[in-house]
Design a protein around this ligand. Structure first.
Ligand code: ATP
Ligand code: MG
Length: 500
């Protein structure tokens, strides 16, 4: 468009040849391209064929007069600037022409400078309007792009298989996609503008979203994910993140909901399988173990000729191994029971201080075999009781203290302590042993996870202790945390709610 429109293409329509030629000379020197017509109709013909930008139009011509030609040019609506040349220098003609849409006028006869000034002004005007048009086109284009981009993002969010809901800093919903409604079984009746509580009935999840919305979790890492156990048997995993502005200011929260029912079912299947296999293995193993014990005690009574010392050694090793297997299977079964939520067999009020004392007395032997000191610190005043299955609690602290002994060098120090903190008991098991590197910290509570370093390589274990501990503590409504530094030692902190 810009290229075919030549701003300097000037058409002179004048019946006097000397005037046409005179103007042509001036205009060519100004850098214009010049076309000439001796009559109005001829001029109009040229305009139809050529991209004319400016017309110098004589008002007084035989045949079609200037005013009529002007009218025709205006009707064409090509944006041509018409400069009329008024022979009699009458103000009326000039005004009338301007009313009809002429851009400017020059009285006849005129000086070359007069023509130059008027034509230059017209050229500038053309230049400006061309630029304005270009800017306008650009603005329209960016707006269209933006609109396109927004609707594309909108379409993508609408068709996501995961549920998405976005809130502002007050917890008011600003966006919700169909998958979110579908996952939570929400009707279309409530939409954006309502509060998050109107969409999510789970109190804990609402609190989390509100906290994120208000900017409590601007640091990304510490946001817990949240599992929803729906009455229709579906399991949903919800994860929230703050929406941040350019200056990292919190603008609200985005919550993503995923259906993890299939994963849960698989996990359940795996647990059941482990439980079943463990159960099936336990009785034959116990039988083998008993038979080995029997053979061994028979051997001890019989004369030396029948059984060599070597045979006895082999059999006692086999007995040890079966014993280890039986205890692993016991752990697996415990874990299955904990996962199935039937851990606590016999819940009653328990004095944790006393329970710890028994365990410490029992494990003292192991610690002193390694030259370690094992101490228990209890407060002078009596502590409130907790409601628990004492066997399960023994398993918790037995495992933690055994770990402390196992993963601490000879001559190390292990401290167990119990204190009341608000409506909880706080039990701390601390050692100055090998410690755990940060990269393993979130995995040590996983089944079968063991840290293998040069120091721990030869320590036997199955990696089931901590998952059992965590399972029991969680089932009691408690909390377990661990702090550790490689080479410096490890501290396990168990929080248990006291009996109400
Ligand atoms: P078991 O099933 O016999 O208890 P385990 O002791 O290896 O086997 P967990 O009690 O679950 O299994 O512990 C998992 C891992 O965590 C251990 O292998 C060890 O690497 C690490 N760990 C646990 N407690 C400590 C501790 N007090 N100091 C250093 N590392 C520890
Ligand atoms: Mg252990």
């Amino acid at each position: 468009m810009e290229n075919e429109f030549d701003a300097t293409q000037v058409l002179i329509i004048d019946d006097e040849q000397s005037l046409r030629d005179g103007a042509e000379r001036i205009l060519i020197r100004m850098g214009c391209t010049v076309l000439k017509a001796s009559r109005g109709d001829k001029g109009l013909d040229i305009i139809e064929k050529e991209p004319v930008a400016i017309v110098l139009l004589d008002m007084k011509m035989p045949g079609m007069d200037g005013m009529e030609v002007l009218g025709r040019i205006m009707e064409m609506g090509l944006g041509i600037l018409v400069i009329v040349i008024t022979g009699y220098a009458t103000v009326e003609t000039a005004i009338e022409a301007m009313k009809k849409g002429a851009y400017d006028f020059i009285p006849k006869p005129y000086e070359p400078d007069q023509l130059r000034i008027v034509v230059n002004r017209a050229r500038e005007k053309l230049q400006l309007s061309m630029e304005a048009e270009k800017l306008e086109a650009e603005r329209r284009r960016t707006l269209a792009d933006l609109h396109m981009e927004q609707s594309r993002v909108h379409t993508i969010v609408e068709s996501l298989p995961n549920g998405v809901i976005v809130t502002d800093t007050d917890g008011k919903v600003v966006l919700i996609n169909p998958a979110f409604r579908q996952h939570l079984g929400l009707s279309d009746a409530i939409g954006p503008g309502n509060r998050i509580e109107d969409f999510v009935t789970d109190k804990g999840l609402c609190t989390l979203v509100m906290d994120i919305s208000r900017g409590k979790h601007v640091d990304f890492d510490d946001i817990p994910s949240y599992e929803l156990d729906l009455p229709n048997g579906k399991f949903l995993l919800a994860r929230g993140r703050p929406v941040l502005g350019e200056r990292r200011q919190c603008l609200g929260a985005v919550l993503n909901i995923m259906d993890i029912s299939a994963m849960k079912a698989l996990d359940q299947l795996k647990s059941e399988f482990v439980a079943k296999v463990s159960h099936e293995l336990r009785s034959p193993l116990s039988t083998i173990h008993e038979q080995l014990s029997l053979v061994l005690s028979d051997m001890a009574e019989e004369s030396e000729e029948v059984a060599t010392e070597n045979d006895q050694y082999i059999l006692s090793r086999a007995k040890e191994k079966t014993n280890g297997l039986i205890s692993t299977i016991g752990d697996l079964l415990d874990l299955s029971r904990i996962e199935a939520g039937i851990a606590a067999k016999e819940v009653r009020p328990v004095q944790v201080g006393e329970l710890l004392k028994n365990i410490v007395d029992f494990l003292e032997v192991r610690a002193s075999a390694k030259g370690q000191t094992l101490v228990l610190e209890t407060p002078d005043k009596a502590l409130p009781e907790v409601m628990a299955d004492p066997m399960a609690l023994e398993s918790v602290f037995g495992n933690l203290i055994t770990n402390a002994i196992n993963y601490t060098q000879d001559g190390g120090e292990i401290r167990a302590s119990v204190n009341q903190s608000g409506s909880n008991l706080r039990i701390v098991i601390q050692d100055n042993g090998y410690g755990i590197e940060a990269k393993h910290m979130d995995k040590i509570f996983d089944r079968f996870y063991r840290v293998k370093t040069d120091k721990t390589r030869y320590i036997t274990g199955t990696g089931l202790g901590l998952p059992i501990v965590k399972g029991i503590v969680d089932s009691m409504g408690g909390f377990i945390d661990v702090e550790s530094e490689s080479g410096q030692g490890t501290t396990f902190i168990v929080i248990l709610p006291v009996k109400r």
